[in-house]
Design a protein around this ligand. Structure first.
Ligand SMILES: NC(=O)c1ccc[n+]([C@@H]2O[C@H](COP(=O)([O-])OP(=O)(O)OC[C@H]3O[C@@H](n4cnc5c(N)ncnc54)[C@H](OP(=O)(O)O)[C@@H]3O)[C@@H](O)[C@H]2O)c1
Length: 306
Protein backbone atom coordinates (compact mmCIF):
# COMPACT_ATOMS: atom_id res chain seq x y z
CA UNK A 1 0.00 0.00 0.00
CA UNK A 2 1.43 3.40 -1.01
CA UNK A 3 0.81 6.24 1.38
CA UNK A 4 0.17 9.57 -0.36
CA UNK A 5 -0.64 12.97 1.08
CA UNK A 6 -2.62 15.28 -1.19
CA UNK A 7 -2.76 19.08 -0.85
CA UNK A 8 -5.55 21.02 -2.54
CA UNK A 9 -7.62 17.87 -1.99
CA UNK A 10 -10.94 19.73 -1.92
CA UNK A 11 -10.05 21.60 -5.11
CA UNK A 12 -9.87 20.71 -8.78
CA UNK A 13 -6.27 19.48 -9.04
CA UNK A 14 -6.06 17.57 -5.77
CA UNK A 15 -9.67 16.39 -6.24
CA UNK A 16 -8.82 14.88 -9.61
CA UNK A 17 -5.74 13.20 -8.12
CA UNK A 18 -7.81 11.66 -5.33
CA UNK A 19 -10.58 10.40 -7.60
CA UNK A 20 -8.05 8.66 -9.87
CA UNK A 21 -6.16 7.15 -6.92
CA UNK A 22 -9.43 5.85 -5.45
CA UNK A 23 -10.41 4.38 -8.81
CA UNK A 24 -7.03 2.71 -9.18
CA UNK A 25 -7.00 1.38 -5.59
CA UNK A 26 -4.04 0.36 -3.44
CA UNK A 27 -3.40 3.82 -2.01
CA UNK A 28 -3.67 5.03 1.52
CA UNK A 29 -4.74 8.64 0.95
CA UNK A 30 -4.38 11.54 3.37
CA UNK A 31 -6.07 14.76 2.25
CA UNK A 32 -5.06 18.14 3.64
CA UNK A 33 -7.64 20.90 4.07
CA UNK A 34 -7.80 24.10 6.10
CA UNK A 35 -11.29 23.11 7.19
CA UNK A 36 -11.94 19.44 7.89
CA UNK A 37 -15.60 20.18 8.65
CA UNK A 38 -16.36 21.63 5.18
CA UNK A 39 -18.83 19.74 2.95
CA UNK A 40 -16.07 18.91 0.46
CA UNK A 41 -13.79 17.58 3.20
CA UNK A 42 -16.63 15.48 4.63
CA UNK A 43 -17.35 14.00 1.20
CA UNK A 44 -13.71 12.89 0.95
CA UNK A 45 -13.88 11.29 4.40
CA UNK A 46 -17.03 9.39 3.34
CA UNK A 47 -14.98 7.87 0.50
CA UNK A 48 -12.43 6.48 2.96
CA UNK A 49 -9.88 9.28 2.65
CA UNK A 50 -8.17 10.41 5.85
CA UNK A 51 -8.76 14.17 6.08
CA UNK A 52 -6.38 16.23 8.21
CA UNK A 53 -6.11 19.95 8.93
CA UNK A 54 -3.21 21.85 7.43
CA UNK A 55 -2.61 25.38 6.14
CA UNK A 56 0.26 26.18 3.78
CA UNK A 57 0.37 29.73 5.14
CA UNK A 58 1.42 28.32 8.51
CA UNK A 59 5.06 27.43 9.31
CA UNK A 60 6.49 24.14 7.96
CA UNK A 61 6.73 22.65 11.49
CA UNK A 62 2.92 22.44 11.50
CA UNK A 63 2.97 20.46 8.23
CA UNK A 64 5.77 17.98 9.03
CA UNK A 65 3.58 15.71 11.24
CA UNK A 66 1.09 15.39 8.33
CA UNK A 67 3.87 14.06 6.10
CA UNK A 68 5.59 11.55 8.37
CA UNK A 69 5.46 8.07 6.87
CA UNK A 70 4.23 9.36 3.51
CA UNK A 71 5.79 7.85 0.34
CA UNK A 72 4.53 10.55 -1.98
CA UNK A 73 3.01 14.03 -1.83
CA UNK A 74 0.89 15.82 -4.38
CA UNK A 75 1.49 19.52 -3.73
CA UNK A 76 -0.31 22.50 -5.22
CA UNK A 77 -0.43 26.12 -4.09
CA UNK A 78 -3.43 28.35 -4.76
CA UNK A 79 -2.56 31.85 -6.05
CA UNK A 80 -6.18 32.93 -6.45
CA UNK A 81 -7.20 32.52 -2.81
CA UNK A 82 -4.30 34.80 -1.84
CA UNK A 83 -5.34 37.92 -3.78
CA UNK A 84 -6.25 39.79 -0.58
CA UNK A 85 -3.01 39.07 1.27
CA UNK A 86 -1.27 42.28 2.41
CA UNK A 87 2.10 41.10 1.00
CA UNK A 88 0.45 40.35 -2.40
CA UNK A 89 -0.62 36.99 -3.87
CA UNK A 90 2.69 36.28 -5.57
CA UNK A 91 4.77 36.61 -2.39
CA UNK A 92 2.17 34.73 -0.35
CA UNK A 93 2.07 31.85 -2.85
CA UNK A 94 5.86 31.60 -2.83
CA UNK A 95 5.75 31.42 0.99
CA UNK A 96 3.12 28.64 0.84
CA UNK A 97 5.34 26.73 -1.59
CA UNK A 98 8.45 27.17 0.56
CA UNK A 99 6.56 26.00 3.66
CA UNK A 100 5.43 22.91 1.75
CA UNK A 101 8.92 22.17 0.37
CA UNK A 102 10.64 22.66 3.74
CA UNK A 103 8.13 20.33 5.41
CA UNK A 104 8.56 17.67 2.70
CA UNK A 105 12.34 17.78 3.08
CA UNK A 106 12.15 17.70 6.89
CA UNK A 107 9.78 14.71 6.77
CA UNK A 108 12.03 12.95 4.21
CA UNK A 109 9.28 12.22 1.67
CA UNK A 110 10.93 10.23 -1.16
CA UNK A 111 8.52 11.06 -4.01
CA UNK A 112 7.11 14.59 -3.86
CA UNK A 113 5.18 15.91 -6.85
CA UNK A 114 4.78 19.68 -7.24
CA UNK A 115 2.20 21.15 -9.59
CA UNK A 116 3.91 24.28 -10.82
CA UNK A 117 4.19 26.45 -13.91
CA UNK A 118 7.09 27.86 -15.89
CA UNK A 119 8.30 31.47 -15.80
CA UNK A 120 6.54 33.40 -18.57
CA UNK A 121 9.30 35.99 -18.26
CA UNK A 122 11.87 33.37 -19.32
CA UNK A 123 9.64 31.83 -22.00
CA UNK A 124 8.82 35.19 -23.59
CA UNK A 125 12.43 36.40 -23.70
CA UNK A 126 11.72 38.87 -20.82
CA UNK A 127 8.70 40.44 -22.53
CA UNK A 128 5.77 39.37 -20.31
CA UNK A 129 5.66 38.81 -16.56
CA UNK A 130 2.71 36.83 -15.19
CA UNK A 131 2.47 36.88 -11.42
CA UNK A 132 0.77 33.48 -10.90
CA UNK A 133 3.30 31.76 -13.18
CA UNK A 134 6.32 33.57 -11.70
CA UNK A 135 5.34 32.53 -8.16
CA UNK A 136 5.26 28.85 -9.11
CA UNK A 137 8.49 29.13 -11.10
CA UNK A 138 10.13 30.69 -8.01
CA UNK A 139 8.96 27.73 -5.90
CA UNK A 140 10.42 25.33 -8.48
CA UNK A 141 13.72 27.26 -8.36
CA UNK A 142 13.70 26.98 -4.55
CA UNK A 143 13.16 23.21 -4.85
CA UNK A 144 16.12 22.88 -7.23
CA UNK A 145 18.33 24.94 -4.91
CA UNK A 146 17.42 22.65 -2.00
CA UNK A 147 18.51 19.60 -4.00
CA UNK A 148 15.77 17.24 -2.72
CA UNK A 149 14.44 15.32 -5.75
CA UNK A 150 10.94 16.32 -6.85
CA UNK A 151 8.69 15.52 -9.81
CA UNK A 152 7.20 18.60 -11.53
CA UNK A 153 3.89 18.68 -13.39
CA UNK A 154 2.53 21.63 -15.38
CA UNK A 155 -1.21 21.78 -16.11
CA UNK A 156 -2.36 24.64 -18.35
CA UNK A 157 -5.76 26.34 -18.80
CA UNK A 158 -8.36 23.78 -17.66
CA UNK A 159 -11.15 22.56 -19.96
CA UNK A 160 -13.23 23.26 -16.85
CA UNK A 161 -12.59 27.03 -17.30
CA UNK A 162 -15.12 26.81 -20.13
CA UNK A 163 -17.79 27.04 -17.44
CA UNK A 164 -16.55 30.64 -16.83
CA UNK A 165 -15.58 31.44 -20.41
CA UNK A 166 -18.97 30.61 -21.88
CA UNK A 167 -21.11 33.73 -21.44
CA UNK A 168 -24.73 34.18 -22.54
CA UNK A 169 -24.88 36.67 -25.40
CA UNK A 170 -27.58 38.64 -27.22
CA UNK A 171 -26.12 38.05 -30.72
CA UNK A 172 -25.64 34.28 -30.30
CA UNK A 173 -26.45 31.73 -27.62
CA UNK A 174 -23.00 32.11 -26.08
CA UNK A 175 -19.81 34.05 -26.58
CA UNK A 176 -16.25 33.40 -25.45
CA UNK A 177 -14.34 36.64 -24.89
CA UNK A 178 -10.57 36.22 -24.58
CA UNK A 179 -7.46 38.19 -25.64
CA UNK A 180 -5.95 35.33 -27.66
CA UNK A 181 -6.36 36.61 -31.22
CA UNK A 182 -5.85 33.63 -33.55
CA UNK A 183 -3.13 32.04 -31.43
CA UNK A 184 -3.59 28.45 -30.21
CA UNK A 185 -3.20 27.64 -26.53
CA UNK A 186 -2.60 24.62 -24.30
CA UNK A 187 -5.65 23.21 -22.55
CA UNK A 188 -5.68 20.55 -19.83
CA UNK A 189 -8.64 18.34 -18.97
CA UNK A 190 -8.56 18.58 -15.19
CA UNK A 191 -10.84 15.57 -14.94
CA UNK A 192 -8.00 13.48 -16.46
CA UNK A 193 -5.09 15.24 -14.74
CA UNK A 194 -5.25 12.86 -11.77
CA UNK A 195 -4.80 9.92 -14.15
CA UNK A 196 -1.36 11.30 -15.06
CA UNK A 197 -0.41 11.59 -11.39
CA UNK A 198 -1.69 8.07 -10.61
CA UNK A 199 0.35 6.72 -13.49
CA UNK A 200 3.51 8.57 -12.36
CA UNK A 201 3.08 6.87 -8.97
CA UNK A 202 3.37 3.43 -10.64
CA UNK A 203 7.10 4.10 -11.07
CA UNK A 204 7.89 7.46 -9.45
CA UNK A 205 11.66 6.87 -9.44
CA UNK A 206 11.61 7.27 -13.23
CA UNK A 207 10.20 10.81 -13.07
CA UNK A 208 12.29 12.37 -10.28
CA UNK A 209 13.79 15.65 -11.54
CA UNK A 210 11.55 15.66 -14.63
CA UNK A 211 8.85 18.15 -15.67
CA UNK A 212 5.70 16.80 -17.29
CA UNK A 213 3.51 19.18 -19.30
CA UNK A 214 -0.09 17.93 -19.11
CA UNK A 215 -1.72 19.14 -22.33
CA UNK A 216 -4.83 17.58 -23.87
CA UNK A 217 -5.63 20.13 -26.59
CA UNK A 218 -3.63 22.74 -28.46
CA UNK A 219 -6.20 24.86 -30.29
CA UNK A 220 -7.19 28.45 -31.01
CA UNK A 221 -10.35 30.06 -29.66
CA UNK A 222 -12.17 30.03 -33.02
CA UNK A 223 -11.80 26.23 -33.11
CA UNK A 224 -12.71 26.03 -29.41
CA UNK A 225 -15.97 27.92 -30.05
CA UNK A 226 -16.68 25.79 -33.13
CA UNK A 227 -16.34 22.50 -31.20
CA UNK A 228 -18.49 23.71 -28.32
CA UNK A 229 -21.07 25.09 -30.74
CA UNK A 230 -21.30 21.79 -32.61
CA UNK A 231 -21.72 19.70 -29.45
CA UNK A 232 -24.13 22.04 -27.65
CA UNK A 233 -26.09 22.62 -30.87
CA UNK A 234 -26.09 26.34 -30.06
CA UNK A 235 -24.44 29.30 -31.72
CA UNK A 236 -21.17 30.00 -29.88
CA UNK A 237 -18.89 32.78 -31.09
CA UNK A 238 -15.38 33.72 -30.11
CA UNK A 239 -14.97 37.48 -29.65
CA UNK A 240 -11.29 38.41 -29.45
CA UNK A 241 -10.43 41.47 -27.37
CA UNK A 242 -7.13 43.24 -26.79
CA UNK A 243 -4.95 42.41 -23.78
CA UNK A 244 -5.45 45.96 -22.45
CA UNK A 245 -9.23 45.66 -22.74
CA UNK A 246 -9.17 42.33 -20.86
CA UNK A 247 -7.04 43.92 -18.11
CA UNK A 248 -9.89 46.36 -17.45
CA UNK A 249 -12.53 43.62 -17.04
CA UNK A 250 -14.14 43.99 -13.62
CA UNK A 251 -13.12 40.79 -11.88
CA UNK A 252 -10.27 40.14 -9.44
CA UNK A 253 -7.10 38.96 -11.14
CA UNK A 254 -8.14 40.14 -14.65
CA UNK A 255 -4.84 41.97 -15.12
CA UNK A 256 -2.74 38.91 -14.33
CA UNK A 257 -4.86 36.66 -16.56
CA UNK A 258 -4.51 39.19 -19.39
CA UNK A 259 -0.74 39.00 -18.94
CA UNK A 260 -0.98 35.21 -19.09
CA UNK A 261 -2.90 35.28 -22.41
CA UNK A 262 -0.41 37.83 -23.70
CA UNK A 263 2.45 35.51 -22.73
CA UNK A 264 0.68 32.50 -24.32
CA UNK A 265 0.80 34.29 -27.68
CA UNK A 266 4.59 34.21 -27.52
CA UNK A 267 5.07 30.94 -25.58
CA UNK A 268 3.05 28.90 -28.06
CA UNK A 269 4.25 30.49 -31.30
CA UNK A 270 6.34 28.55 -33.78
CA UNK A 271 9.64 29.84 -32.32
CA UNK A 272 8.88 28.67 -28.80
CA UNK A 273 6.67 25.58 -29.03
CA UNK A 274 9.65 23.21 -28.99
CA UNK A 275 10.15 24.10 -25.29
CA UNK A 276 7.38 21.64 -24.37
CA UNK A 277 7.01 17.87 -24.32
CA UNK A 278 3.30 17.25 -24.84
CA UNK A 279 3.65 13.56 -25.67
CA UNK A 280 4.83 12.31 -22.25
CA UNK A 281 1.82 13.64 -20.32
CA UNK A 282 -0.55 12.11 -22.89
CA UNK A 283 1.21 8.73 -22.85
CA UNK A 284 1.03 8.58 -19.06
CA UNK A 285 -2.77 8.59 -19.19
CA UNK A 286 -3.96 7.66 -22.64
CA UNK A 287 -7.69 7.64 -21.87
CA UNK A 288 -7.90 11.44 -21.70
CA UNK A 289 -10.88 13.36 -23.11
CA UNK A 290 -10.68 15.43 -26.23
CA UNK A 291 -12.39 18.82 -25.92
CA UNK A 292 -15.25 17.38 -27.96
CA UNK A 293 -15.80 14.31 -25.79
CA UNK A 294 -15.49 16.38 -22.60
CA UNK A 295 -18.09 18.86 -23.90
CA UNK A 296 -20.39 15.96 -24.82
CA UNK A 297 -20.05 14.51 -21.32
CA UNK A 298 -20.84 17.87 -19.67
CA UNK A 299 -23.37 19.13 -22.21
CA UNK A 300 -26.31 19.37 -19.80
CA UNK A 301 -24.33 21.30 -17.15
CA UNK A 302 -22.85 23.64 -19.77
CA UNK A 303 -26.28 24.40 -21.18
CA UNK A 304 -27.54 25.38 -17.73
CA UNK A 305 -25.47 28.57 -18.20
CA UNK A 306 -27.94 29.87 -20.74
N1 LIG B 1 -7.54 27.38 -13.62
C1 LIG B 1 -6.59 27.03 -14.46
O1 LIG B 1 -6.82 26.95 -15.67
C2 LIG B 1 -5.21 26.71 -13.93
C3 LIG B 1 -4.27 26.17 -14.80
C4 LIG B 1 -2.99 25.85 -14.31
C5 LIG B 1 -2.68 26.10 -12.97
N2 LIG B 1 -3.63 26.63 -12.16
C6 LIG B 1 -3.26 26.89 -10.75
O2 LIG B 1 -3.97 26.01 -9.92
C7 LIG B 1 -3.94 26.52 -8.58
C8 LIG B 1 -5.25 26.22 -7.91
O3 LIG B 1 -5.52 24.85 -7.97
P1 LIG B 1 -7.03 24.33 -8.15
O4 LIG B 1 -7.57 24.88 -9.42
O5 LIG B 1 -7.03 22.88 -7.91
O6 LIG B 1 -7.74 25.12 -6.94
P2 LIG B 1 -9.27 25.21 -6.50
O7 LIG B 1 -10.11 24.21 -7.19
O8 LIG B 1 -9.67 26.64 -6.56
O9 LIG B 1 -9.14 24.83 -4.94
C9 LIG B 1 -8.18 25.45 -4.11
C10 LIG B 1 -7.57 24.36 -3.22
O10 LIG B 1 -6.43 24.91 -2.52
C11 LIG B 1 -6.57 24.64 -1.13
N3 LIG B 1 -5.95 25.73 -0.41
C12 LIG B 1 -6.13 27.07 -0.63
N4 LIG B 1 -5.38 27.77 0.24
C13 LIG B 1 -4.72 26.87 1.01
C14 LIG B 1 -3.80 26.99 2.09
N5 LIG B 1 -3.42 28.17 2.57
N6 LIG B 1 -3.32 25.85 2.65
C15 LIG B 1 -3.71 24.63 2.20
N7 LIG B 1 -4.58 24.46 1.19
C16 LIG B 1 -5.07 25.57 0.61
C17 LIG B 1 -8.07 24.53 -0.89
O11 LIG B 1 -8.27 23.68 0.21
P3 LIG B 1 -9.21 24.02 1.48
O12 LIG B 1 -10.11 25.16 1.10
O13 LIG B 1 -9.96 22.73 1.72
O14 LIG B 1 -8.26 24.35 2.56
C18 LIG B 1 -8.55 23.86 -2.19
O15 LIG B 1 -8.44 22.47 -2.10
C19 LIG B 1 -3.69 28.02 -8.72
O16 LIG B 1 -2.47 28.37 -8.11
C20 LIG B 1 -3.65 28.27 -10.22
O17 LIG B 1 -2.72 29.26 -10.59
C21 LIG B 1 -4.89 26.91 -12.59
Amino acid sequence: MHHITVFGATGRQGGSVISHLLKKGGFNIRAVSRDVSSEKAKRLAEKGVEVVRGDLLEPPETLVPLLKGTDAVFGVTDYWSLLDRPEGAEKAEVQCGKNLVDAIIEAGVPFPIFSGLPSTLKLTDNKVRTSHFESKATIEEYIREKGHPFIFVHPYAYFENIYYWLQPSSESSFEIVLPMGTCPMFLTCMQDFGGVIASILDSPQKYLGKTIDVVHEFIDCYKLAEIISEVLEKKVIYRPVSVDEYKRFPFPGAEDLADMFNAYQIMFDSNHIQNYDIASGRELYGQYHSLKSWTQEHKAELLKHQ
